[in-house]
Write a protein that binds this ligand. Sequence first.
Ligand SMILES: Nc1ncnc2c1ncn2[C@@H]1O[C@H](COP(=O)(O)OP(=O)(O)OP(=O)(O)O)[C@@H](O)[C@H]1O
Ligand SMILES: [Mg+2]
Length: 476
Amino acid sequence: MATPTRAMPGPFSGLSVKLIATLIVVILAVEVVIYLPSAASFRQSWLNDRLRVGTVAARVLDAVPDAMDLPRMLTDRLLTSAGAIAIVYRREGQSQLIELEGAETPREALTVDMRQRDPATLILGALDTLLFGSNRTLRIVGNEDGQADRTIEVLMPEAPLRAELLLYSRNLFFLSVILAIITSAVLYVFVSRILIAPIRRLTGNLVEFSGAPENAALIVVPSDRRDEIGIMERELAAMESDIYSMLRQRRHLADLGLAVAKINHDLRNTLTSAQLLSDQVANVDDPKVQRLAPRLVQSIDKAIGFAQSVLDYGRQSATPPRPVPVDLHLLLDEAAFDAGLVGHPTVRWRNGVPDAVTISADPDQFARIFDNLLKNAREALEAANGKIEAPYVEIGYSETADWLTLSVSDNGPGLPPRARDNLFVAFEGSARAGGTGLGLAIARELTEAHGGKIGFVDQPQGTRFDVTLPRSIRIA
Ligand SMILES: Nc1ncnc2c1ncn2[C@@H]1O[C@H](COP(=O)(O)OP(=O)(O)OP(=O)(O)O)[C@@H](O)[C@H]1O
Ligand SMILES: [Mg+2]
């Protein structure tokens, strides 16, 4: 019974693949967000280091009364240890400069002010170094240990900074990838164990159970988990055992119904033979027999009618409607004929459905809805014994954008209270001698099978039932 739509998901559409893909994407996105500030801070501390070496060099210079007296070798050493081409030390309006011997001081340099520390500038600076920093010279400017009047400038090429920043980024990238893989693997294992495996088990069970709901062995056995999955398992188990017992009950009822139908069938045949006999008995001349025979015939007729309608009810509810295009006006005329309204001596019949309305419906079942409603109306009018002036039964027709309504109305005595209380309930609703109480129940069942609704509409006089059907039933 398993159809393709019920199959389990394939290897690339299941939950686990979606989960792992989402995890990796999210982790990498997070890493990018973390990378920018950390690259900025790497660059900042690198530059700070240079500035600090520059500061040390400047102090040394400061300690010597005349910087020009320093041996060249020493100043060059100081500068190379700072990676600098030149260092400028400004204090109290004076400035001192030491330069690397033979190095050409470039005319243009990009100033990096270490006193500016807002995150956006730092991040932009790091990106700038990475993208354009291969050939530039930097002028790193800072104060000496927070003393605003003493500034140090270190002039140096940007390329070494860029190279280290690239190395740092590459390492961080590999680390991120390893981290993403490890994190998603750990999460994957964890989530698979806790979530996906139980969900797969439940889905598999659902698919299997719906294929064979009469098999009690397929009812899921809940684990003793206390979380949502545990609740789901227990609820599913409860639901499956409900379905299982409902199915069993339904089968028993169906068996019983079948037995009743067989008994009823035989009973009807026996009664039919009794009817033939009673007809003959009615012909016997004995006056006592003449007096009793009509009542005998009547009771047997009633019993046959009952047996017949129970049989019909059983048969009717079993099959789903098989819709074909039908002409509504004609169909209702036929139903009126079956209900004994066409050519009736006293009751006038009016079919208010316009010509050429075609609907898609099961002709037999659809006609039976109106057969029952029209027959009820005729019976009520006949039972009124001529007390109603110009008795009539009619069917009105109206349409809205969504609905199509057929209203069956008569000017009879109206619904008796007993019938109102049990409207549409099989075997309960009858309020007339010889009624089975099935007509309205059948009408409702068949209307609903066609996607519609049937309702009683209160009237000052007479009775009206509205059969409302989805507008889509009309095809022309
Ligand atoms: N148009 C009507 N006017 C007056 N009473 C009605 C009308 N239609 C239905 N009834 C009342 O509703 C009751 C229930 O109707 P329903 O068709 O279900 O059963 P029934 O006619 O008694 O039996 P069955 O149709 O099975 O032979 C009827 O007995 C009747 O009293
Ligand atoms: Mg009836």
